[in-house]
Design a binder for this molecule. Structure first.
Ligand code: NAP
Length: 257
């Protein structure tokens, strides 16, 4: 699938760094972008930019944690603008805080509601129409943090591992129905979220480069789009090595929390 052949592309979290870069990547004549965000000003500016590149744009201001409203939005889409490509990108990160404070339940619940519940709800609401049509592609933005739990961000890693497992399972289940599911596992990408995360950020890349890498993987329908290579390999090793060894390794490289 190439960007030129895609007609309708839905991106959640389009006001964030990666969402914006993806929207601008796909913004071309003949493409209808369905852009979701919460920040009206930011989303409007992005929509104008995408229109300037020749795309048609429909904006949706929505807090995705409001599941009934999310389902209502998807139900409207399935009647008028059923997307060809859905990029479930919206997400938040939390961490243990300073001086080993630990994550609060309020933070954890907000994270689970957005990163897992709203993403599953989006996929679940779209699937009946996609299956009936017999085509569609869904990209779940997970993270390299899904390979092995990092002590500084336990809930975030767990939420991204949930998306990875869900995407892998759904991909196999839907393969024969013409529905492609892709799990995207990026390393560090310059963004507000990334800036707010403590600790070293090796192999940091720009959102534009990340968007290109993601779009290339989606065009090839890669099951797992994980990058950049050195960090991908390193985090994958953490997952396959004995856990106590991985834990010691993390402490050695200052990721021990
Ligand atoms: N940056 C990285 O290093 C990195 C690495 C791996 C994976 N990721 C993943 O990539 C995705 C995008 O991250 P990013 O770096 O672009 O972060 P970002 O710039 O902070 O963007 C996050 C996006 O999520 C949206 N969002 C937050 N809460 C929401 C809610 N309740 N309802 C709807 N939308 C909500 C934000 O909208 P508002 O502007 O309205 O808050 C924003 O559009 C996330 O899923 C993240 O986990 C990021």
């Amino acid at each position: 699938m190439t960007p030129q052949l895609l007609h309708t592309v839905l991106i959640t979290g389009a006001t964030g760094a990666i969402g914006q870069a993806l929207a601008l990547y796909y913004a071309k004549p003949g493409v209808h972008l369905l852009l979701q965000g919460r920040n009206t000003e930011g989303l409007t500016a992005l929509a104008e930019n995408c229109k300037g590149r020749g795309a048609t744009v429909t904006m949706q201001i929505l807090d995705l944690r409001d599941i009934p409203r999310l389902q209502q939005w998807v139900s409207q889409l399935t009647e008028s603008n059923l997307p060809d490509l859905i990029i479930a990108n919206a997400g938040i990160n939390i961490n243990q805080g300073s001086q080993r404070r630990g994550e609060t339940w309020q933070e954890i619940e907000a994270l689970l509601d957005l990163n897992i519940k709203s993403t599953f709800a989006l996929v679940n609401a779209l699937l009946p129409a996609l299956r009936q049509r017999g085509s569609g592609q869904i990209a779940l933005i997970s993270s390299l943090a899904a390979y092995y739990g990092l002590p500084i961000t336990p809930s975030y890693c767990a939420s991204k591992a949930a998306l990875k497992a869900y995407g892998e399972a759904m991909r196999s289940w839907l393969a024969r129905e013409g529905i492609h599911i892709n799990v995207v596992m990026p390393g560090y990408i310059q963004s507000d979220m990334c800036d707010a995360m403590p600790g070293p950020k090796p192999f940091l890349i720009s959102p534009e480069l990340a968007a290109q890498r993601i779009a290339k993987g989606l065009a090839k329908n890669q099951a797992r789009i994980s990058f950049p290579f050195p960090l991908n390999f390193g985090t994958w090793c953490l997952a396959v090595l004995p856990p106590d060894f991985s834990s010691r390794l993390l402490r050695l490289i200052n990721y021990g929390g």
